[in-house]
Design a protein around this ligand. Structure first.
Ligand code: NAD
Length: 368
């Protein structure tokens, strides 16, 4: 039996075709045939997972899909290194070999890497097939599974090849978090607290006050944190699906975070960890500008410390390298870097007017 705790909706009916979809948050979805029957509706299924997640959850999910016209399972090696075009080729080859049609349903069972790739493969398959996200990391549950950004990395940079392709359903089974490593869990929490910083001061305070419950992975606390995060992401995506405006607020901490990932050669910190450090930098600049109360920075540092997240950039990164790495971020618009800063706790703003000196001042606080 499944236990659906919350259902949210991502409202995307501005265009001619209604592409709105539900986000189901609860327990036991993966193992419930009753849940999957109407979702799959007897269609062919291309199930994509990675070799870690697949080992734990794929058999249960497959057994719950019920009578499907054709079932193809693609198991990719786990990890960001495999988020590349050749993996998309592997998925498409398998789907075509098994003679799937456009009506087949792609299911992404895994973290953000599997989700991004499955969505992109679905977008390309016969010019666009439906897909469902079954995110199994906290980061994927609160961030990457919602919003329709799909794609792969290129040697020139992260996520450079991709498409906007919205899922039909996001299925968040809280039980999958039980097997997630502490470090991956903490990396997901960095994206959770981001929502508080940019959009909801009360949620930020709630997170800081509930560190103990979150550390214990208390079900109720997690369900609330995930629901609130998804609500915020869904609202932002509904308002600005293609990131021409407010969706860029979600990149808070990411310009600095991407620079850290780039300088570390993508083998160092996890994405969420780099974003955690990036948010500290952006928060510190906001405080230095006088727009944000220093208490917010203090609380963010306490939160990061509690979960073993970075409280600043790596000490061996020099300010000059940082500036150089930031200019090669793909979110640079017409040569100008767009920074997301905080007007106040719970309110973000975009500006291209951050001086190099402001950045140097903050980075220098950390470099050895
Ligand atoms: N599309 C978007 O809007 C968006 C937003 C943010 C991040 N992303 C992308 O998401 C990716 C990062 O996602 P991620 O952090 O989920 O990484 P990931 O998909 O690599 O998963 C991390 C690791 O955890 C394992 N894992 C996943 N679920 C597990 C579980 N329940 N139990 C045990 N192990 C489990 C995976 O096998 C993997 O080894 C990046 O590629 C990033 O670019 C996309």
């Amino acid at each position: 039996m499944f236990d659906a705790l919350h259902t949210l909706n991502v409202d995307l009916h501005a265009s001619t075709q209604d592409r709105s979809y539900p986000i189901s948050i609860g327990r036991g979805f993966i193992g419930s045939e009753k849940f999957w029957a109407p979702v799959v509706a007897g269609r062919g299924v291309v199930l994509v997972t990675d070799d870690r997640v697949g080992q734990i959850y794929a058999a249960t999910l497959k057994a719950s899909l019920g009578a499907v016209s054709q079932l193809t399972e693609v198991v990719l090696p786990a990890g960001e290194a495999y988020k590349k075009l050749s993996s998309i080729q592997t998925i498409l080859d398998a789907a075509l070999a098994d003679k799937h049609e456009r009506g087949s349903l792609f299911i992404a069972l895994g973290g953000g890497v599997v989700g991004d790739m499955t969505g992109f493969a679905a977008a390309c398959f016969l010019r666009g097939a439906d897909f469902v996200q079954v995110p199994t990391t906290l980061l994927a549950q609160v961030d990457s599974s919602v919003g329709g950004k799909t794609g792969v990395n290129h040697a020139m940079g992260k996520n450079l090849i991709g498409a906007f392709h919205q899922p039909r359903h996001v299925v968040i089974d809280l039980e999958t978090l039980a097997s997630l490593a502490d470090r991956e869990f903490a990396a997901g929490l960095a994206e959770v607290i981001k929502y508080g910083l940019i959009r909801d001061a009360a949620f930020f305070d709630w997170l800081v006050e509930n560190v103990r419950h979150l550390k214990a992975r208390d079900n109720e606390a997690l369900a609330f944190a995930i629901k609130r995060s998804c609500r915020i992401k869904a609202d932002v995506v509904a308002e600005d699906e293609r990131e021409v405006g407010i969706r860029a607020h979600l990149n808070f901490g990411h310009t600095f975070g991407h620079a850290i990932e780039r300088l570390q050669g993508y083998g160092g910190w996890l994405h969420g960890e780099a974003v955690a450090a990036g948010m500290v930098i952006a928060t510190q600049i906001s405080v230095a500008r006088g727009s944000l109360d220093e208490m917010a920075l203090h609380k963010l540092l306490l939160f990061n410390e509690a979960f073993g997240l970075p409280t600043g950039p790596p000490a061996d990164i020099l300010a000059a390298d940082f500036l150089e790495a930031m200019t090669s971020d793909k979110k640079v618009t017409s040569g100008k870097i767009r920074y997301v800063l905080l007007n106040k706790l719970g309110e973000a703003t975009i500006t291209d007017r951050v001086t190099e000196q402001e950045i140097v001042d903050v980075i220098s606080l950390y470099s050895t």
